[in-house]
Design a binder for this molecule. Structure first.
Ligand SMILES: CC(C)=CCC/C(C)=C/CC/C(C)=C/COP(=O)(O)OP(=O)(O)O
Length: 365
């Protein structure tokens, strides 16, 4: 499915058979509509120039400081948080502080991740470190994390305390996952199990938190919240598997990133690890090339031509890494569906969780 965001709240998305595309777009829009005013008010609390830098990151202003309607992200996590409040029988509004807190943590991680990876493009524009410098990317990322906790603690209820504990636990896992991801870049071999564990931490934990935090704020018991977390965790693994596919074969027009973005970083993402694990001539050839790449100086690697990355991508595909990763996304989707099946909720809310999960697997951005 090709989804192009023209600007915030205005998406052009052709239908994909079997996916309730219109329903998902409405859910994402609802998440944005309810969360954005609270998010903007939170960002307004930051001291200058961090408030401006954060506003640039979210797409509310351009690099010159003029008002803009840039791509602020798909807002999958806020949509999940609001749905999870509804799963607990509360109004979606009960999930708003959770939606905002999770989105703040997500964006903190993107700011730092872009800096660590040296990525120059995100959401169709230059990254914060590129425009405002590394110090601002670090400071604003830190500030967004602090704001996330503030937003939850300000609610002042026991449920808010429970929600904050879940968010900080998820954040620690996200940081563990990032540390694992970076350490794997310098290793010749990583097992599929190690890669899945890393991705579960890096991406699964925060989606798990998004899928349960609204329910916690809506007064759900821990058992219900834990089951929704399980749904979110496997959804997160499906999400990351698709992200890994897009990181190699994604269309830059849709993803807002450069071609071959994960290959440029020598990421041991799932398609790479699965291809190396497959055995056979393509797998062995790939292993030789990647082993040589691992020892190349940064400058030499950065100067690679498109063709050189295309050769690596073709070997990954021929060795079966692309197909395996697509299937893994579907397996994780199925496990998420199993977890969802064990939570009592109105059929209409369940259908929305299902639609969101379907969207995650077919998304192209
Ligand atoms: C501590 C630290 C630096 C951690 C980094 C963790 C990290 C960057 C994980 C990747 C998560 C991910 C799939 C992001 C894209 O989300 P998305 O497609 O929902 O992005 P969007 O909001 O732009 O749509």
């Amino acid at each position: 499915m090709s989804t192009t965001t023209k600007n915030r709240g205005e998406t052009v998305t052709p239908a994909t058979p079997g996916v309730d595309t219109a329903g998902v777009m409405a859910l994402l829009d609802r998440g944005r509509t309810l969360a954005t005013p609270v998010l903007r008010a939170a960002v307004d609390r930051l001291a200058p120039p961090m408030n401006t830098v954060a506003a640039y990151h979210f797409g509310w202003i351009d690099a010159e400081g003029n008002p803009a309607e840039g791509d602020g992200g798909k807002a999958v996590r806020p949509a999940l948080a609001l749905l999870s409040a509804e799963a607990a029988g509360a109004a979606p509004e009960a999930g708003v502080p959770g939606a905002v807190a999770v989105e703040l943590v997500h964006n903190f991680s993107l700011l730092h991740d872009d800096l660590m990876d040296g990525d120059e493009q995100r959401r169709h524009r230059d990254t914060v470190w590129k425009v405002h410098g590394p110090a601002q990317a670090i400071l604003v990322g830190d500030a967004l994390f602090a704001l996330a906790n503030e937003i939850l603690l300000e609610i002042g209820t026991a449920d808010a305390g429970r929600a904050t504990r879940r968010l900080t636990a998820a954040t620690r896992k996200l940081i563990d996952g990032q540390a694992q991801d970076i350490s794997y870049e310098h290793r010749e071999r990583v097992t599929v199990e190690e890669c899945l564990e890393m991705e579960g931490n890096k991406t699964g934990a925060l989606l798990a938190c998004a899928a349960s935090i609204g329910a916690v704020l809506g007064g759900a018991d821990d058992r219900t919240a834990d089951t929704l977390e399980r749904y979110g965790y496997h959804l997160g693994l499906a999400f990351q598997a698709v992200d890994d596919l897009l990181g190699i074969w994604g269309d830059p027009e849709a993803t807002g990133k450069r071609t071959w973005s994960d290959l440029r970083q020598r990421k041991k993402s799932l398609p790479v690890v699965a291809a190396l694990d497959a055995g056979g001539p393509d797998s062995e050839r790939l292993a030789q090339i990647l082993a040589a790449d691992a020892h190349k100086p940064e400058e030499e690697f950065a100067d690679f031509s498109e063709e050189e990355f295309a050769v690596r991508a073709a070997l990954i595909e021929q060795a079966g890494g692309r197909d395996w990763t697509s299937q893994e996304a579907r397996r994780q989707h199925a496990t998420a569906m199993e977890a969802l099946g064990s939570v009592d909720m109105p059929a209409e809310i369940r259908a929305r969780f299902v639609a969101l999960a379907d969207f995650v697997v077919v998304r192209e951005r």
